[in-house]
Write a protein that binds this ligand. Structure first.
Ligand SMILES: *Cc1c(COP(=O)(O)O)cnc(C)c1O
Length: 387
């Protein structure tokens, strides 16, 4: 017997890389030493104090019972303190903060609370695929905002037709950005807030890479802009900041009505984050700054050596100011998928084709800096020999 999939699953965008995956498996079967620069998952372990906090927490019988739906008070307090310390925006842990099973979980559930079928959500293209799929799961309609190099990979609100803006209920933003590595300015966030207020829509700001920045230039939170508190919710993740992708913990802060709407959905779907993981999260959010600084420094070191080596090999890539991605134009006239396939087969280096993040990603490729500097240099050398 086969069971037909529901329309919402059948209508998901097609998976573009089946052919690429098949070719990769064939190379692996031949024992080729592939350098994978395609996965957005830190290669370094979680800092020891966080692991130790978990070791203690896991032995507390009280934590073996259901956690709080919205998160332990201590975790929400630590999250709000973190936001206030870094961005000078004060939020109430009781009403304006919620713990998440990773920020992806929160971002995916949020539209269920605020989109009706037929509503529009405004999404960046290229962008993190969850904005689109979560919109579609609500029967709502995605409207793509192109991110163009000449506009700093920031969407242009002036280009949005009036009838689209009128039906839009959510604007998704993500800075520092995956995949383009672009950062937003406070001026841009002010424009976004003005647009949201004018059209009575809310802003979901995905801030997963906020702590992975370089050259001591901390990117802004949307809450550094006046009026943002009335329209925005910001999703933070411990995954990239503390090498904790496997732990599944994040949080959102923002307008009380947005946080409580998300909480209503979550209360009916999950039962919160394992309290021991939240304890480890408190340790992460309160450990000394040098821990995060050394994570940043290691990406910056990799970035500098990799960019330098790619340029020596004749590929003039731009230097990212944040995230662990490098987003750059395909240096030939090939499509991004053709180019990535060729680099994989001829150089043994795996990149991500830009088109995988949306139509406006075509013509670009994404590298991740989640390999050590020697390996990144070897990847650059291998690519240079092929180009
Ligand atoms: C990694 C990532 C996330 C999700 O991280 P979690 O592990 O779920 O906290 C969210 N948004 C973007 C753009 C990401 O790259």
């Amino acid at each position: 017997m086969t069971f037909p999939l529901a329309d919402r699953v059948r209508d998901l965008p097609p998976y573009l890389f089946a052919d690429l995956d098949k070719k990769k498996a064939a190379l692996q079967a031949k024992g080729i030493n592939l350098i994978s620069l395609s996965i957005g998952d830190p290669d370094q372990p979680t800092p020891a104090p966080i692991v130790e906090a978990m070791g203690t927490a896991i032995r507390r019988p009280a934590y073996h019972q259901y956690p709080s739906y919205i998160g332990a008070h201590a975790f929400r307090q630590a999250a709000c303190d973190w936001i206030e310390r870094h961005y000078r925006a004060a939020f109430s842990p009781e009403e304006e903060c919620i713990a998440l099973i990773g920020s992806k979980e929160g971002i995916a559930h949020f539209p269920l609370a605020f989109l009706n079928p037929g509503d529009i959500a405004l999404l960046p293209d290229p962008g993190y695929p969850v904005y689109n799929t979560s919109t579609q799961f609500c029967g709502a309609v995605p409207y793509y905002l192109p991110l163009r190099a000449e506009h700093g990979f920031l969407p242009s609100f002036r280009e949005i037709p009036a009838d689209i803006a009128a039906r839009a209920r959510i604007l998704f933003l993500n800075y520092p950005n995956n995949p383009t590595a672009a950062c937003a300015t406070r001026t841009f966030f002010a424009e976004a807030v003005a647009f949201a207020r004018a059209h009575r829509l809310c802003i979901v700001h995905d801030a997963a890479y906020m702590e992975i920045f370089f050259d001591n230039e901390r990117p802004p939170s949307i809450f550094e802009v006046e009026g943002a508190r009335d329209v925005a919710i910001e999703f933070h993740s411990l995954s990239k900041t503390f090498n904790m992708t496997g732990w599944r913990i994040g949080f959102a802060v923002g307008h009380q009505s947005l946080v409580s709407g998300l909480a209503k959905i979550k209360t009916n779907v999950d039962s919160g984050v394992f309290t021991a993981v939240q304890d480890a999260g408190v340790t992460a959010l309160t450990i000394a700054a040098p821990t995060v600084e050394s994570i940043r420094a290691s990406y910056q070191h990799r970035r500098d050596r990799f960019v330098d080596r790619l340029r020596k090999g004749g590929w003039d890539v731009a230097v990212p100011k944040a995230t662990f991605y490098l987003w750059t134009r395909v240096p030939t006239s090939e499509s991004s998928t053709t180019f990535v396939t060729r680099i994989m087969e001829q150089a043994g280096v795996i990149l991500t084709p830009g088109v995988g993040f949306g139509a406006h990603g075509e013509g670009y490729v994404r590298f991740t800096l989640t390999a050590d500097a020697d390996r990144l240099e070897e990847a650059a050398d291998r690519i240079a020999r092929v180009l």
